[in-house]
Ligand binder design. Sequence first.
Ligand SMILES: Cc1cc2nc3c(=O)[nH]c(=O)nc-3n(C[C@H](O)[C@H](O)[C@H](O)COP(=O)(O)OP(=O)(O)OC[C@H]3O[C@@H](n4cnc5c(N)ncnc54)[C@H](O)[C@@H]3O)c2cc1C
Length: 488
Amino acid sequence: MSATLGKLLSELDSGLKVLMVERLSKVASESSHVLNNAGTGHAGNCELNYTPQEADGSIKIDKALEIGADFEVSLQFWSYLVDQGCFPDPTKFINPVWHQSFVWGKDNVAFLRQRFETMRQHQLFEEMEYSEDRAVLNAWMPLVLQGRDPQQRVAATRVKNGSDVDFGFLTRKLVRTLQKSPNFELKMSHTIETLRQRDDGRWHVRMKENATGKSHTINAGFVFIGAGGGALPLLQKSGAPEGEGYGGFPVSGQWLICRKPEIVRQHATKVYGKAPVGAPPMSVPHLDVRVIDGERALLFGPFASVTTKFLKQGSVLDLFTSLKTDNFKPMLAVALDNFDLMRYLMGEAMKSHKDRVEALRAFYPLAREEDWELASAGQRVQIIKSCGAYCGQLAFGTEIVTSKDGTLATLLGASPGASTAVQAMIGVIERCFKPQMKTAAWKHKMKEMIPSYGESLIENAALAQQVRQFTMSTLRLDGKSRGVDKAG
Ligand SMILES: Cc1cc2nc3c(=O)[nH]c(=O)nc-3n(C[C@H](O)[C@H](O)[C@H](O)COP(=O)(O)OP(=O)(O)OC[C@H]3O[C@@H](n4cnc5c(N)ncnc54)[C@H](O)[C@@H]3O)c2cc1C
């Protein structure tokens, strides 16, 4: 998020002085690291939790459309960077992978069919295909079909223009390009400790050098708290009234991972299923091919779990120290109101390797325990918001909290996450750089980076098609560019 914002701002005005502070010794070692997230270029294709069924049986696709359109914005910005020569080889961070949804059971099959019928009418999803034919599904996802009960009703959708993204590589590359600018500075192994607004409106930011414990201060006209799970404590420390009442609910994750080439080569797609009852939306199980450090592997999960840490490399005290008088009641209310979720997380935490492989068998019936090992994924801190005196609401999306004067912005939450970083950061710029955004120079540059800027890709079919043609070929996501008509 911070790297995206830094790059957008430095493109809009190369004279802006940007300082990025990172507590770890490498950038992108928390949520954006390749193994800490699923790498799905979330575009609304396959995530069934984005398309809930209404009480009247209809399927609501607004969220899938919004995320699909936001992802197109990311694709445009990344294409711009490829054209600028920042990313000479886009296949290093983004690759075409079919996005598929897979369900079993009569009701789920009916749901998927209806979802398909609704979604394919929209130009963003018109390429979606649907099948209940086992022979077709076997060709789409052989591991998922082999060994499956022949009596079980199954169905799947397929979107060929889906993608897998190495957000870690992308982040490091963005930072490296930023480092070429004399106006950009990166301070690694420095932890932001406090920030306080001065009387003149500027921010006094104190950071500690991890190795020596020495403190440094800077003052900045604008601060973006893009600290992932570490954002809430910093927002609280800022004293910004806009941050009052917010709490965080941390959820950790784990994957089952298989690196055996004879198995890996049989699965070349992302297959998303339905979340179990009581499970949070980010626990939708999926079986994915991934490229990790140049090697293909299969990942299944995520298995959510209980944690009190806000960052993977954080402290077990994070949750407790985030309790304040202004968020105590909403946090308590969320704990009391979400019994199903707590029970689900406790159940997940207690699972043995055998239990996890059993869960995998719902997707890959012939899975063997010895072929899979456990790897830890990243942390997500879900947002808790006050909604009245004794009311707390648990939100699963992302939210940008900005101070009234536009000098401070914070990104809370982690879903849909990295895929929609560009749109999220454009939101920060629009809210915090209002006078600059009114200038012809910034408007023009924004259009150059994001050709669809200011227009709706949900409503403007011709523009969506034009933009997609450009991004697909620039990022080499169309089969033709890579000489393949096959995922991966
Ligand atoms: C299990 C899982 C699966 C996911 N799958 C997907 C997916 O398939 N697709 C998708 O688009 N998104 C996915 N996400 C979400 C995505 O990973 C995040 O939204 C995204 O990486 C967040 O980026 P960020 O820059 O906000 O946070 P991060 O990448 O966590 O970066 C925050 C940085 O701030 C640093 N920091 C924290 N506190 C301080 C401090 N006090 N001082 C200095 N530095 C500090 C941290 O060290 C870290 O480097 C997933 C997340 C998880 C956990």
